[in-house]
Design a protein around this ligand. Structure first.
Ligand code: UD1
Ligand code: UDP
Length: 371
C-alpha cells in the first residue's frame, strides 16, 4: 500500500520512530511533517536522534491560533494528498495535525488509519479530546492502545475496524530505557544542564497543556513545583516553549530550586524519568513512561485518558490536578526525602519493561483491506 503518514509534534515524531521501520518493511510510506512543532529541541533534533526518515513533504503550519494552524494544515495536506493519491492516510494521537490529516483524507475519500484511537478524557474543554473524537469517527482503521480505548469506541458505536494493538511508545521506551539504565548517564546530562544529578536526588517536571498555560493555573503548578523542590532535591523543569512564553507574559516564576531547562531529547527524557525520585507532569506520554518505568508520578491534570496507567500503577501514579496540599502529601508518601537513592536504585534494578509489538500489529492489520 502507499500510505501517507502525517506527523507534526514531538510525541508524533516519537510514535513515528516506533512505527516507521515496520511500516517501511511492508508498505510505501510518504512521510509528511506539518511543522506544528518547529524548534530544533521540539522537532528537528528528534529526526537525527530517532533515525527518522527525512520528510517527503514539510508544511510550515506551526504557531498561531487553533483555526490558523489547522487551516494551514488542511490546505497544505489537501494539495499533497491530491498529488500523491495514497491508498491510506495514517495519523497519530490527538493533535491539530491529527485532526487535519484525518479530515482532509476523509473528504477526499481516502481511508484513514488512526494510531491511538479510542482514548477519552471525557473533558471536551481539551482541544485533544475534540481532535481524537473527530479522528476516530472518520477512521477506517482504529488502532487502540488499551482495552479501555476499545470500550470507549464501542460506547460510541464504533466496533468495525478496531484493533487492540498495544502502545507503540512502550516498544520504543522498552528499548531506550534499557540503554539508559546505568545511572552513570546522569553525569553527562547533569554536566550539560549545569546541575548535579544523583539517582533519586531530583524530581523531573514537564508542563504544557493548554489549561495549564492560564495565569491562575501557572501560579498554582509553579507553587506545587516550588514546594516540591529543595536545595538538596531540585526540580528539573524541561520546559515546553509555549509554556515558557506564557510564563514570561504572566510573570510566573518557580523559585530558586526549580531548574528550568530546554526541552530535552528522547533518550535524556527517559533517563531523567528513570532515575528521578518522582515525575510531575501533565503530559500523556510522560505519564505512561513514568508508569512503565515504575517512577512515582503526580499528574498535574484533573482527568486522564490513560486510565490504565493510573490503575496499573499500584498507587504510584496519582491525579492531583493543581491541588497543592494533595500534591505535597502524595509526594511525601511516594518519594520521601532521604530515601530517594535507595528507592531509585531498587526500582532500576527491578526494571523489566517489555516491547508489546504494536508496530508489527499495526502493519499486519493495515493489510486487512476488507474494512
Ligand atoms: C501540541 C498538541 C498537544 C500535544 C503537544 C505535544 C494540539 C492542539 N496540541 O500542543 O496535544 O500534547 O503538542 O508537545 O495539537 N512553540 C514553539 N516552538 C515549537 C512548538 C511550539 O515556540 O517548536 C510554542 C509556540 O508559541 C506555539 C505554542 O508553543 O504557539 C503552542 O504550540 P502548539 O503546537 O500549538 O501546541 P502545543 O501546546 O505544543
Ligand atoms: N519528551 C522529550 N523531551 C522532553 C519532554 C518530553 O523527549 O523534554 C518526550 C517524552 O519522553 C515522551 C514525549 O516527549 O516520549 C511526550 O510528548 P509531550 O509531552 O510533548 O506530549 P503529549 O504526550 O502530552 O502529547
Amino acid at each position: 500500500m502507499k500510505i501517507v503518514s502525517v506527523v507534526g509534534t514531538r510525541p508524533q515524531l516519537i510514535k513515528a520512530a516506533a512505527l516507521q521501520p515496520a511500516l517501511r518493511a511492508r508498505h510505501h510510506e510518504v512521510f509528511v511533517d506539518t511543522g506544528q512543532h518547529w524548534d530544533d529541541a521540539m522537532a528537528g533534533s528528534f529526526f537525527a536522534e530517532l533515525g527518522l526518515a527525512k520528510p517527503d513533504h514539510s508544511l510550515r503550519a506551526g504557531g498561531g491560533s487553533h483555526a490558523e494552524q489547522t487551516a494551514a494544515m488542511l490546505t497544505g495536506l489537501e494539495r499533497i494528498l491530491i498529488a500523491e493519491r495514497p491508498d491510506a492516510v495514517l495519523v497519530y494521537g490527538d493533535t491539530n495535525s491529527t485532526l487535519a490529516g484525518a479530515l482532509v483524507a476523509a473528504k477526499l475519500g481516502i481511508p484513514v488509519a488512526h494510531v491511538e484511537a479510542g482514548l477519552r478524557s471525557f473533558d471536551r474543554r481539551m482541544p485533544e479530546e475534540l481532535n481524537r473524537v473527530v479522528a476516530d469517527h472518520l477512521a477506517t482503521w482504529l488502532f487502540a492502545p488499551t482495552r479501555t480505548a476499545v470500550k470507549n469506541l464501542a460506547t460510541e458505536g464504533i466496533t468495525r475496524g478496531v484493533d487492540l494493538v498495544g502502545d507503540l511508545m512502550q516498544d520504543l521506551a522498552s528499548k531506550v530505557s534499557a540503554e539508559v539504565r546505568d545511572a552513570g548517564v546522569l553525569e553527562g546530562i547533569g554536566a550539560r544542564l549545569g546541575v548535579a544529578l544523583a539517582p533519586g536526588g531530583y524530581i523531573l517536571a514537564t508542563v504544557h497543556r493548554q489549561e495549564n498555560r492560564e495565569p491562575a493555573a501557572m501560579a498554582a503548578w509553579a507553587g506545587i513545583l516550588a514546594a516540591a523542590a529543595s536545595a538538596g532535591r531540585p526540580v528539573i523543569l524541561a520546559l515546553h516553549p509555549g509554556t515558557r512564553v506564557a510564563m514570561g507574559e504572566a510573570g510566573i516564576s518557580c523559585g530558586p530550586d526549580v531548574v528550568i531547562v530546554e526541552p530535552q531529547g528522547y533518550r535524556t527524557s527517559l533517563a531523567l524519568q528513570l532515575h528521578a525520585a518522582a515525575v510531575l507532569t501533565d503530559s500523556g506520554g510522560v505519564q505512561r513512561e513514568a508508569a512503565w518505568l515504575g517512577v512515582p508520578c503526580l499528574v498535574l491534570r484533573e482527568s486522564t485518558e490513560w486510565a490504565e496507567a493510573v490503575q496499573g500503577s499500584a498507587g504510584r501514579m496519582v491525579i492531583v490536578g493543581l491541588d497543592g496540599p494533595k500534591a505535597a502529601a502524595e509526594l511525601a508518601r511516594l518519594a520521601p526525602v532521604g530515601d530517594g537513592a535507595r528507592l531509585a536504585r531498587e526500582r532500576v534494578a527491578s526494571l523489566n519493561l517489555r516491547p508489546v509489538g504494536a508496530a508489527e500489529a499495526i502493519v499486519a492489520a493495515l493489510e486487512v483491506s476488507a474494512r
